[in-house]
Design a protein around this ligand. Structure first.
Ligand code: F3S
Length: 394
């Protein structure tokens, strides 16, 4: 690989042992993927933040590292809220370990944003090179915002944070971003009434078929929250890091892409509306869990309006970034007066809150996919309105 002076100095250990090791990780990755050089990244998002997912081995590794991030670097959701975790019944031994994980990342200069939606609070522009690792965030910035990142692992994202560099391969290169599989819907008119949950269901099916290919959708007109839901689910049921929706996502408007869309041979798959509807179950919920990925402003507003003058009759958790919660105290108060809990910094999958919780009703295709394996819970998919009604015993 071609190395500049800074790359070489990192590898020589001139910036310390940790950064040397980090550069070695990036160099090994670059060689595997035959990258010709390293590029600078504008920001990094680091996953592997919950003690539930990294355990003692991950924490010990973090504690061996030193040095500071050299580009803005955001932390994924951790295993509990930074404050008020005592009120949620988080076990003390778990909390102690999680606090150690938080301290390790803070020491490395990673901002404790604790959200999978840092794109709501930071400017991400089309064409920006990033090194992000949470799969739904990767999908969103690539597909909806037109930035460029591979789906980094926790260690390679951390290495990018501490060096500011990533190997130039995969989705950083425009020619690798063109569609590889086409999806059609058998009854496009039916999609006009679809909610975020329907797009999550579509994502569950399309992601499993796509694997790590780049899907291209026609026939659908999702808004940004629906795109978030679709991408998150495809990244969970498959390994989709980028997708395109004709005339909706930014890259489909460029001549280069239009040419590929028209000329390339691709597998074409038709998904039936009936398959989407079959994913909506009819079990009785024990718990309601919303906010996977973390809520947008629009979703918070919608929830506040649905829960206003209602009362929840079962545990009802809403996951959002602390930054969103702090920005909207009035909306949050409306929600809290229903008895629902707004839980910042963590989520239904990476915290112990849903572990063995019985039937967990959600409007998220990603949570629906992960709840059984990660939490040993039975998932139930419903629209936001259905989740609110069920949670209020209606
Ligand atoms: Fe975010 Fe947790 Fe879902 S990290 S995408 S809320 S599984």
């Amino acid at each position: 690989m071609e190395l500049d002076k800074y790359d070489q100095a990192l590898l020589n250990g001139e910036y310390g042992e940790t950064k040397q090791k980090m550069m070695e990780i990036l160099l090994a990755l670059g060689k595997i993927y035959e990258a010709e050089k390293f590029i600078e990244v504008k920001s990094v998002q680091v996953s592997g933040a919950s003690f539930k997912t990294i355990g003692d081995a991950g924490l010990s590794w973090l504690n061996t590292l030193s040095g500071k991030a050299v580009v803005p670097s955001f932390l994924n959701p951790i295993g509990m809220p930074r404050d008020e975790w005592q009120n949620l019944g988080i076990p003390d031994d778990f909390a102690k370990k999680q606090l150690e994980v938080n301290a390790a990342y803070a020491r490395l200069g990673i901002r404790l944003t604790c959200t999978c939606t840092p794109y709501y609070f930071n400017i991400i522009e089309r064409g920006d090179h990033l090194a992000w690792s949470e799969s739904s965030a990767v999908s969103y910035v690539n597909s909806v915002l037109g930035a460029r990142t591979n789906r980094e692992g926790g260690p390679s994202a951390l290495a990018a944070a501490l060096t500011g560099k990533t190997p130039y391969y995969g989705l950083h290169i425009v020619k690798n971003r063109v569609p590889q599989i086409d999806f059609h819907i058998d009854d496009p008119a039916a999609t006009k009434s679809w909610t975020n949950a329907h797009y999550g269901a579509l994502g569950i099916i399309a992601g499993a078929i796509s694997g790590n290919r780049i899907p291209f959708f026609t026939d659908i007109r999702p808004n940004r929250d629906m795109l978030k839901s679709l991408g998150a689910a495809m990244a969970a049921s498959g390994a989709v890091a980028l997708y395109h929706v004709n005339e909706i996502t930014p890259e489909t408007r460029f001549p280069f892409f239009k040419k590929h869309i028209e000329e390339d041979d691709r597998e074409v798959v038709e998904i039936e509306v009936a398959e989407i509807e079959e994913l909506f179950g009819s079990l009785e919920a024990d718990v309601i869990a919303l906010g996977c990925p973390h809520l947008s402003e629009e979703e918070l507003e919608e929830l506040a309006s649905l829960l206003e003058s209602r009362r929840v009759v079962m545990p009802f958790y809403i996951f959002a970034a602390e930054e969103l919660r702090a920005k909207h105290p009035d909306l949050c108060n409306k929600i809290l007066s229903s008895g629902a809990k707004i839980v910042p910094d963590t989520c239904m999958v990476v915290s112990p809150l849903m572990d063995k919780a019985g039937v967990v009703m959600t409007n998220s295709g990603k949570a629906f996919t992960y709840l059984p394996g990660m939490c040993k819970a039975t998932p139930l998919l419903g629209t936001l309105e259905e989740c609110v009604r069920a949670g209020c015993g209606e």
